[in-house]
Write a protein that binds this ligand. Structure first.
Ligand SMILES: Cc1cc2nc3c(=O)[nH]c(=O)nc-3n(C[C@H](O)[C@H](O)[C@H](O)COP(=O)(O)O)c2cc1C
Length: 158
């Protein structure tokens, strides 16, 4: 299994979640962890699982992540497992918005059926830190993704 985790992060919290996810995925395959770089199109050659992560900023993902999503094509994503996550405040979603939900909507618009619903991990304040237990929860989420890849299942939408 070859996975690619692409993240953006202003203060390092989303990066820490992305790294925890990558560490868990590494137990069963090769994983590349990459900071988003909209100047270069994603090379998805040989990638089985793509995970996108962004901080929630103004109810959506960062400009760089939006630019990356805008450059992705349905052809590039076809046949690959894809999902996404964000970091945000732990308040009701109608107050905070969610970058992951917005990214998921863009991915679905490209015809992607997500491997798992978009997930949020929570920060205490704008610059962090992550709430206690969130790195562990990221590892659990990553393990659940591996289970879903290994065991064919009806894909959930949320
Ligand atoms: C410009 C800006 C806008 C933000 N807007 C939101 C928001 O709409 N909803 C929310 O829950 N958090 C918001 N936040 C808090 C971020 O989600 C938080 O800074 C982020 O999770 C930290 O991740 P990072 O360390 O990877 O940048 C905002 C932060 C910034 C800097």
């Amino acid at each position: 299994m070859h996975a690619l985790v692409v993240y953006d992060s202003q203060f390092g919290n989303t990066e820490r979640i992305a790294a925890a996810i990558a560490d868990t995925l590494r137990t069963t395959g090769e994983v590349r962890l990459a900071h988003v770089d909209p100047a270069h199109p994603l090379d998805l050659e040989g990638i089985d699982l793509l995970i996108l992560g962004s901080p929630t900023q103004g109810w959506q993902s960062t400009k760089a992540m939006q630019a990356l999503l805008a450059k992705l094509t349905p052809q590039q994503l076809h046949g690959r497992a894809v999902t996404c996550f964000d970091t945000r405040f732990q308040k009701p979603r109608w107050i905070t918005g969610s970058a992951a939900r917005r990214m998921a909507a863009s991915l679905r618009h490209m015809g992607v059926t997500l491997l798992a619903p978009p997930e949020s991990f929570f920060v205490e304040g704008t610059e962090g830190p992550l709430l206690t237990g969130e790195l562990g929860r990221a590892a659990v989420w990553a393990r659940a993704l591996l289970n879903r890849i290994e065991t064919p299942h009806p894909v959930m939408q949320r």
